[in-house]
Design a protein around this ligand. Structure first.
Ligand code: C2G
Length: 130
């Protein structure tokens, strides 16, 4: 039984997120998702997510690719999360390429190509410019 883990904010859930989950789920038997808290996202991106943590968890938990969600409270706690959830593979989009290579002593680390031409930031820009 292979356990796959991934992390992200997944704000304004879009097809890039779905493609990542689809490919990550196909790599193993169980897909576990660490969903960034509102505070962590504010730290990472300098803004509060449009969708609250509770709403993002509700959307992500309802996807057939996803078996389990938990709160990602800090980027620094990754090794703790990987051990706690007994992850075999950490999967991230390639905008994070190299950033988690130090975790390769705990599990495999794989970066998948991002889906081109879609991002939460761009969606916000398009909507606010209308
Ligand atoms: N993603 C993708 N294609 C896109 C947009 C996003 O494959 N067009 C992927 C990202 O590469 C990431 C995941 O979807 O792996 C979630 O994206 P974000 O919500 O932007 O995640 P981020 O806030 O960068 O959080 O611990 C790491 C993080 O918490 C990552």
């Amino acid at each position: 039984m292979k356990r796959i883990i991934t992390f992200g904010t997944f704000d304004l859930f879009h097809v890039g997120h779905a493609n990542l989950f689809e490919r990550a789920a196909a790599m193993g038997d169980t897909l576990i998702v660490g969903v960034s808290t509102d505070d962590l996202n504010a730290d990472k991106k300098g803004r509060t997510p449009i969708y609250s943590f509770a709403d993002r968890v509700k959307i992500i938990s309802s996807l057939r690719y996803v078996d389990l969600c938990f709160a990602e409270e800090s980027l620094e706690k990754k090794s703790e999360y990987l051990r706690h959830y007994q992850a075999d593979i950490l999967v991230m989009g390639d905008d994070w390429k190299g950033r988690f290579d130090h975790l390769k002593d705990i599990c495999d680390v794989v970066y998948l190509e991002r889906t081109p031409s879609v991002s939460t930031t761009e969606i916000i820009e398009v909507i606010t410019s209308k």
